[in-house]
Design a protein around this ligand. Sequence first.
Ligand code: WTA
Length: 647
Amino acid sequence: MSEIDALLREDRTFEPSADFRAKAHVSDPGVYARAAENPEAFWEGFAHELEWIEPWSRVLEWNPPHAKWFVGGKLNVSANCLDRHVRTWRRNKAAFIWEGEPGDRRTLTYFDLYRQVCQFANVLKGLGIRKGDRVALYMPLVPELAVAMLACARIGAVHSVVFGGFSAESLRDRINDAQARLLVTADGGYRRGGIIPLKQMADEALAETPSIEHVVVVRRGYSDIPVHMKEGRDRWYHELMDGAPFECAPEPMDSEDMLYILYTSGTTGKPKGIVHTTAGYLLGCYATTKWVFDVKDDDVYWCSADIGWVTGHSYVVYGPLANGATVVMYEGAPDWPQKDRFWEIIERYGVTIFYTAPTAIRAFMRWGTDWPARRDMSTLRLLGSVGEPINPEAWVWYHLHIGRERCPIVDTWWQTETGSILITPLPGITRTKPGSATQPFPGISAKVLNHAGEEVPVGGGLLALTKPWPSMLRGIYGDPDRYVQQYWSRWSKDIYFTGDGAKLDDDGYYWLLGRVDDVLNVAGHRIGTMEVESALVDHPKVAESAVVGRPHQIKGHALCAFVTVKEGVYHSEALADELKSHVAHKIGAIARPDDIIFAADLPKTRSGKIMRRLLRDIAEGKTLGDTTTLADPSVVARLREQYQEEA
Ligand code: WTA
């Protein structure tokens, strides 16, 4: 029996050590009851730890499904992340310790960051950007991305970060949806030794983005990345920064002014622009970074997420900086140039808190324990996981081989929409169980409901949030109806539907079961099946397609696309490859299907609806569920035979 099996077999739970508990920011389990008794007063306590220009007059105004938090207050997010630290001894403390994939390194102190943010804020103003304007950011993971976000926040511009792995078309659609006036990009970024030519990709998008007036280009790669600068539109970042004034007064922002838009996949072909506002979002990030990651001044904190995702927004930039933390940022892949790159980084900088995704942990498991064993990781004191349910085997492996049985693990459940962590252990208090995200954060009201909306006290159902929380999304940009329809219509307009299934055990612990809608979680990234289907049918040879997930050892789920082709088109390996590339080109490499299965027909109900459930059964090799509603049952039988032959 392996070590992992032994720990699993006993159905073990893990207690925080007395030492950890003694030093933790929170160690009194009474916080849960106090927060539940008066959540508004609980959140207000954190609000007093932020810096305000004008105080709020009301904590919450709740007109379901619309919430306003800290009504009447004025503050600035960048001032909370920078100015208030620069006034203290933290002025010369490292804010970012950055490492590029090729091995280049930079450290920015809070003062450095403050100055660069002020300078870039002045640059933005000089280019005509005003409060409320949207600015798109399409960047590799470099400090300038955080500088640009904070500079937007400083002047009240709304940033929309588009992950650097998205395609030109995805960038174009996001720019157009938000009507961004300015784009900040870079010549490129490094990934597994290759170059992602971001500016070149942006140029393709920019051919069809009439709202963009200016493009600012960060020079990441010097001479090895060719860049075409369009006269009158494109300017180099370093040239604009040279001589830009060092001071820029922070714009007093209303608590409910928009801070950013971040696009995420939903159940239709069109990504949703999730809107976050100022005070509540900052407070949620601040509070959870402090209590969940237990961040203190001597910590070296590393969240390995790309800033292009919400995890990077909340836990690389806003949460840790609001806490005055030292944050490690690494541009590249975990296996480049060799499979201990992450452990080397932990050793080099003495990382104490490490937050990553189950898909990465499963890859590390596969690469073997020799890689982490070679490195000194004795500085680590806390580990985190996010993005998808973590399987107990991976949890225990993480505990043994990275945490060396010493570090509590916080498995944190949350979403782009929730803004900050909602279900999680508190590392100084919570007894953990491998695979369970444990308990709602104090002040959060989560319930498991059945389809009728009745509470399930023990057992499985749908995860719902029954009270508003400060960092909740405030809407979908430009689509108020979809906001109501998508999140607040499942049961009633004051209950938020997460789209996730969950199970409550006898101890009241939450076990997340994955998405129950047409959203897939592939390697921790959200991908809408409809988005991939739209990309496929956009190909001239494709008639119809249906995309489902099938379990995958490392990625959690793999994308499995069933495709019917147009008349006269022949199935071939080459066509399958062409379709995969087509999707990668339309959406981005993260959405490239793993399997293309050509089908003569897709299983449909008599009303013409594709039965994805049956396709999932086929892809997973399961016995088929109910087929009585099928228009033509033989379709499924044929597909299944064919799938098994090909697999
Ligand atoms: C999933 C990422 C189980 C879930 C922060 C959710 C998780 C979706 C966990 C949101 C977790 C995230 N355990 N499932 N700890 N964390 N998820 O918007 O399905 O990219 O709905 O936000 O990821 O993905 P998003």
